[in-house]
Design a binder for this molecule. Structure first.
Ligand code: GRF
Length: 205
């Protein structure tokens, strides 16, 4: 499985995925990491793991469509089979989503469909504001409806007394780093099926 990563910031999920590949827990070949922000730590993560990094910034393109087309063409040029959004802070346009239909995964720091449509740390802050007793993370397939594609896996964490956005985010992040490489391995094994609005994971043979 030729894997493309898209990241905008810290890059800890990219780090977890690339470490799983290095350790032999994830059978994938990371062929490119695309970043839309100059200076993002995610670029350094790619460099350390010897993965080619491409900076494709929105500001370098006249239109959003031209920028999206550049992202799509970079993924196609690298013959990417599967795309993992790993802290990619922008919404992907249909030009990318349609070219890789059903083959783009995202991780979101809440139990979707709760607290959709915003980027970290807003979903964690919303969980505290609403007083929910559990939150967590969701790996889902990306469609043109933001944060609403088929759910592949979730991990729940309890919301503790005296919780802060930082403490909740940190405990959710531990689960993100465990879950995302695991789901990618299921995809590599051909075990994730999409049926309408739902995803199903077949048993390991
Ligand atoms: C994570 O909380 C992830 O769920 C969300 O954005 C954050 C990215 O963190 N999509 P990192 O860049 O992977 O460290």
């Amino acid at each position: 499985m030729r894997l493309g990563l898209l990241a905008s910031g810290r890059g800890s999920n990219a780090e977890a995925i690339l470490t799983a590949i290095d350790d032999g827990r994830l059978d994938a070949q990371p062929v490119v990491l695309i970043c839309d922000r100059a200076g993002a730590p995610a670029l350094e993560v790619a460099r350390r793991h010897i993965v080619p990094a491409e900076l494709i910034e929105r500001a370098s393109y006249a239109t959003r469509e031209a920028w999206s087309t550049a992202i799509r063409d970079c993924l196609l040029a690298n013959r990417v089979d599967e795309v993992a959004l790993a802290g990619f802070a922008a919404i992907l346009d249909p030009v990318v989503v349609d070219a890789f239909e059903g083959r783009i995964l995202n991780i979101h720091p809440s139990l979707l469909p709760a607290f959709a449509g915003s980027v970290a740390p807003e979903p964690q802050a919303a969980a505290l504001r609403e007083g929910v007793r559990s939150s967590g993370c969701t790996v889902h397939i990306v469609t043109n409806d933001v944060d609403a594609g088929p759910i592949v896996a979730q991990a729940a964490v309890p919301v503790l007394r005296d919780e802060t956005v930082e403490s909740l985010s940190a405990r959710i992040l531990v689960e993100e780093h465990r879950l995302y490489p695991e789901v990618l391995q299921w995809v590599a094994e051909g075990r994730v099926r999409i049926a309408g609005t739902k995803a199903f994971v077949d048993q390991a043979p």
